[in-house]
Ligand binder design. Structure first.
Ligand SMILES: NC(=O)c1ccc[n+]([C@@H]2O[C@H](COP(=O)([O-])OP(=O)(O)OC[C@H]3O[C@@H](n4cnc5c(N)ncnc54)[C@H](OP(=O)(O)O)[C@@H]3O)[C@@H](O)[C@H]2O)c1
Length: 309
């Protein structure tokens, strides 16, 4: 099968197309023919030796953790799925990857069925970002109806799904985004949107927030602590950046997304119902994984980047 592999950490030039063996499904594994692979910041961060680079098991390594496709083979212990089922999943995170290929092998618990009306392009964009938003807002911050939540980078991959999940829960949602994304953020459900790059910084205009979802880190995280109300919590996704703002441990939680079968099924259900919608920019073909990395690295993508196969 064709795959995009890296043999070392480095710039875009280390991404190479190669032919490698198709893995074999045994035990609890399913083999998925990849219809689309979602590219997340963790792809390029790991490519340059950051992200989850310390957890990968060696080279050659196939990046790509978000996939959607069709099950083409399964291990003998797999009872939840049949060959031919359409699925999406965050596969083999963090140590394995393997999504930037024609086929990927993964535990059956890493994937969930998707309805026929959901395209592979949309489905591949969702698992990692939606699980992250879910685990930050619901598992960590226990966001409840009527609470006030601030979502930084509300137009980004995690942010645009987090806004919708928070609205679904009944929260009052405040977002930050550059001005060109304000209408988009409102269309997702933001009740208020603030420029993060304007003359008046958002933390001078927002107060009494119950939950901050920090997708930025550094000074943004430190200053965002000022907008928290009594008992408020900031959940940060930046696990490897500076220590700024991390000196208030009871109010700050750091998370790394984990696979979760039950949550992924609920996310798939929300997509099937149309309650969670994903915005994607797509490039076509594994040869364009390089372009997808480059776009993600720009840090100004609206929604998600997907490579369709
Ligand atoms: N810990 C975990 O488990 C975990 C999981 C997922 C992601 N992450 C991390 O979380 C971060 C966000 O991930 P993502 O997938 O959402 O990234 P992304 O899609 O690349 O984020 C892009 C968005 O960020 C916005 N943005 C850029 N600088 C900003 C700023 N200073 N303030 C507010 N918004 C800003 C851009 O909006 P404009 O174009 O409007 O400027 C753009 O829409 C990344 O660093 C990623 O590695 C961690």
């Amino acid at each position: 099968m064709r795959a995009v592999v890296i043999d070392q950490f480095g710039g875009l030039e280390v991404l190479k197309q190669q032919t490698i063996p198709v893995p074999e499904a045994t035990h609890e594994d399913v083999l998925v023919r990849v219809g689309a692979v979602g590219i997340n910041p963790v792809d390029w961060k790991t490519r340059i030796g950051e992200g989850v680079a310390s957890q990968i098991t060696g080279f050659p390594f196939v990046l790509g953790w978000d996939v959607a496709g069709t099950i083409v083979a399964k291990g003998r212990r797999v009872t939840r799925f049949e060959v031919g089922d359409r699925v999406m999943g965050m596969v083999n995170f963090p140590s394995g990857g393997g999504g930037c290929a024609e086929y990927v092998l993964t535990r059956d618990t890493n994937v969930a069925a998707i309805g026929d009306s959901i395209s592979f392009r949309d489905a591949a964009a969702v698992p990692l970002a939606a699980l992250t938003a879910w685990q930050a807002l619901f598992d960590t911050a226990h966001l409840q109806s009527g609470k006030r939540v601030l979502v930084h980078a509300a137009a980004g991959g995690v942010g645009h799904l987090a806004v919708q999940l928070a609205k679904w829960k009944g929260a009052f949602v405040i977002g930050t985004a550059s001005e060109r994304n304000h209408q988009f953020a409102r269309s997702l459900g933001c009740d208020e949107v603030y420029r993060y790059d304007g003359d008046v910084p958002p933390w001078t205009r927002i107060d009494d927030v119950d939950v901050v979802l920090d997708t930025i880190g550094g000074g943004t995280r430190e200053r965002s602590l000022k907008v928290l109300g009594r008992g408020g919590m900031l959940v940060t996704l930046l696990t490897g950046d500076s220590k700024a703002g991390l000196n208030a441990p009871t109010r700050v939680k750091k998370i790394l997304v984990k696979p979760n079968e039950r949550e992924l099924e609920q996310i798939a259900q929300l997509m099937n119902e149309g309650a969670l919608q994903v915005h994607t920019t797509a490039v076509s073909g594994l040869r364009n994984v390089t372009e997808a990395h480059s776009l993600s690295e720009s840090r100004h993508v609206r929604g998600k980047i997907v490579v369709t196969l």
